[in-house]
Write a protein that binds this ligand. Structure first.
Ligand code: PLP
Length: 356
């Protein structure tokens, strides 16, 4: 059995894989595959509608927001956010907390001015800056809620005088959030929602339409709001499997319940990282991510041997990103706590083997 700690694309529930496979062979008893039916078929429109309503229900999305399933990944949102919200001559505020934040602000710079209100670059992004102010004349304020590569997570969000935009690619649906605090939330599907291909966007309608540039149709949120995410062919399979996964989450008790489980998983792993003399965490303790747990070994020469031991126990996807090194265990919603226990056992076994 494999324990998949991969950062993305990543683990989804086994029962979702089974339902998805069944849909590939015979979708909803139509006698057709989900891969061959028209996206205009009533059966698929029902899938899209259910996916959108599950997002609204699970995150308590208030009135006045639109939920969209788009394409292009979170990376296209870096540009699309600026294209739709950053007018010529305006400045957008960015919190620079990692590689993805850097990429997001680089795209915005193409379209307008960017003000980095704070950065943790000088410390290889091992903490979340907290002392900064957001100018009230900013077009919007952009944050990355979970820094997938560096293993930090915003435990709370600041009061923003302007629309707050968050890249939530790697922690959406992992914990409760107050959508009303945000003007726009986006997330690539492949880290807690479903398979790669779809990108979830939740946008407050009233922040749109205030920029006087020509926006190509496909890059304009309004096109997709009017088209109900069906302006062109949507990523049918990704939306279908995302819907199945959100159904799974709802049946489990929703975001509040999964948050409790995610906290228990993170606690089990960080407790061992702090206890075991062979390992240490890489980030400020108060900013530790509950989704992306980064850790290294006291003696880097041990890393190869530990990786091998963990792999023998079925743990896959734990090699850290090259910019941090060491290890990264992603604890997405579908990862059971029993998998974390296997990893912790491997760490303890390593300690036994190599001590003195
Ligand atoms: C993975 C990731 C991205 C990139 O997502 P794509 O869908 O591949 O473009 C962006 N931001 C964060 C926080 C991520 O974890």
């Amino acid at each position: 059995m494999k324990h998949n700690f991969g950062a993305g694309p990543c683990i989804l529930p086994q029962e979702v894989f089974k339902q998805a496979s069944a849909g590939v062979l015979n979708f909803n008893d139509t006698g057709l595959s989900i891969l061959e039916i028209s996206h205009r078929a009533t059966e698929f429109i029902a899938v899209m509608d259910e996916a959108v309503s599950l997002v609204k229900e699970l995150l308590n999305v208030p009135e006045g927001y639109s939920v969209l399933f788009l394409q292009g990944g979170a990376s296209l949102q870096f540009a699309m956010v600026a294209m739709n919200l950053l007018g010529e001559g305006q400045t957008a505020a960015y919190l620079e907390t990692g590689m993805w934040a850097k990429k997001a602000l680089a795209e915005a710079k193409i379209l307008g001015n960017v003000n980095v209100v704070a950065t943790s670059k000088e410390a290889n992004f091992n903490y979340i800056p907290k002392d900064y102010s957001i100018p009230a004349d900013s077009a919007y304020f952009h944050v990355t809620s979970n820094n997938t590569i560096f293993g930090t997570q915003m435990q709370s969000f600041p009061q923003s005088p302007v629309a707050m935009v968050s890249d939530m690619s790697s922690d959406i649906f992992s914990r409760e959030i107050n959508v009303a605090d945000f003007g726009l939330i986006y997330a690539g599907a492949q880290k807690n929602i479903g398979p790669a291909g779809a990108t979830l966007v939740i946008v407050k309608d009233e922040i749109l339409g205030k920029v006087y540039r020509q926006i190509p149709s496909m890059l304009n949120y309004k096109t997709h709001i009017e088209g109900e995410s069906m302006y062109n062919t949507p990523p049918v399979f990704s939306v279908f499997v995302s819907m199945l996964n959100l159904r799974w989450l709802k049946a489990k008790g929703g975001v509040a319940q999964i948050q409790i489980e995610n906290e228990a998983k993170a606690k089990a792993l960080y407790t061992e990282i702090d206890r075991n003399p062979f390992f240490k965490g890489t980030t400020a303790v108060e900013d530790r991510s509950k989704m992306s747990v980064c850790f290294v070994m006291e003696n880097p020469d041990h890393e190869k041997a530990f990786l091998k031991l963990a792999e023998e126990k079925g743990c896959v996807g734990i090699k850290g990103h090259r910019s941090v090194g060491g290890f990264r265990a992603s604890l997405y919603n579908a990862l059971p706590i029993t998998s974390v226990h296997v990893l912790v056992d491997a760490m303890q076994e390593f300690e036994e083997k190599f001590k003195n």
